[in-house]
Ligand binder design. Structure first.
Ligand SMILES: Cc1cc(Br)c(Nc2ncc[nH]2)c2c(Cl)c[nH]c12
Length: 295
């Protein structure tokens, strides 16, 4: 049925990038000093989830466009998480503070779903309950969190989508979310980020409860994000269904300085993703007309 979320055509043909990832959107903001691009994920007929840091407060909606499938969509508004404020800790020397780095982009006209434009599943919705085939109807949001971000296992396989080169096809990158005892080592590497070095005293000042941590070489070598992947979905796949658990927010080391992926990441290259389970009130408030959320 068309209303099923998180469906993608399984195909090895790189030409099929769009129908393999029909929820992946590209957000372009045109400014006087050039263009900025971010990624986002289609979650309903009107909304895309992305990173708040992709926008400046003075970006006007008419200067933002969103590519969904093959069509370019006009933007009606951008809704920032109320607690997002990149300047919140400037006084402490933390020039960029990414806490609550999430925004909802509303497009002007309803997206017509098709094999190249379909929504991804998000946690605590009935769509995800169906995708997870949780038979008992009184499945709760906590059940989703326990199943998707299993803390006991400690290492949760996930993927994100990267663009090989500009206008080239998309490729899936593999990472492990460190939810168990490797989480602290993962978070601690945030202090290796050039902008935080010698400035941040405790990790929790920049890696708040809102973030999931990936990257590094333990237990396996993870792929790393590039700045251009900001706003894209961090995805957990279950039985060929795709569920977004976080938004790619910030990282320690930019593999793509100057444009394309190059070289190898250092072991302290970690990436931080805004955990959707940590911002449910925000999602419910703005998506309740289009998605059925669980208690
Ligand atoms: C996805 C992503 C976003 C941002 Br913003 C980056 N830049 C950065 N993070 C902290 C301070 N500045 C990076 C880096 Cl670096 C790698 N991936 C990134």
């Amino acid at each position: 049925a068309m209303d099923m979320c998180g469906m993608g055509k399984e195909s090895n043909d790189p030409e099929d990038a769009l129908i393999k990832n029909p929820w992946l959107t590209t957000i372009t903001i045109s400014r006087t000093d050039g263009e900025e691009a971010c990624k986002g994920a289609l979650v309903s007929e009107y909304f895309i989830i992305t990173a708040a840091h992709c926008f400046n407060v003075d970006d006007e909606a008419h200067l933002i466009s969103v590519k969904i499938g093959r069509s370019l969509n006009k933007v009606e508004k951008v809704i920032f998480h109320p607690n997002y404020n990149i300047n919140a800790k400037k006084a402490e020397g933390i020039n960029e503070f990414y806490d609550y780095d999430i925004a909802l982009v509303k497009v002007k006209s309803k997206v017509k779903f098709n094999p190249e434009a379909r929504p991804i599943c998000i946690p605590c919705t009935e769509g995800t309950t169906r995708a997870l085939r949780k038979v008992h109807p009184d499945t709760t949001c906590k059940d989703h969190e326990d199943e998707l971000l299993n803390v006991n296992v400690g290492i949760v396989p996930a993927i994100f989508i990267a663009q090989k080169r500009k206008h080239e096809d998309l490729e899936r990158k593999n990472v492990k979310i460190k939810t168990g005892d490797k989480k602290h080592a993962c978070n601690r590497d945030a202090l290796e980020a050039s902008i935080y070095k010698n400035v941040v005293k405790n990790v929790k000042d920049v890696v708040t409860e809102r973030f999931l941590c990936t990257g590094g070489i333990d237990p396996v070598v993870d792929d790393n994000t590039c700045k251009g992947e900001s706003g894209g979905p961090l995805i957990i796949t279950k039985k060929k269904r795709y569920i977004q658990v976080a938004v790619i927010s910030w990282g320690v080391y930019d593999l793509c300085k100057g444009g394309e992926r190059h070289g190898q990441s250092p072991p302290f290259a970690r990436d931080f993703h805004l955990n959707l389970f940590q911002v449910l009130p925000f999602l419910r408030e703005h998506l309740k007309e289009e998605l059925k959320f669980l208690p």
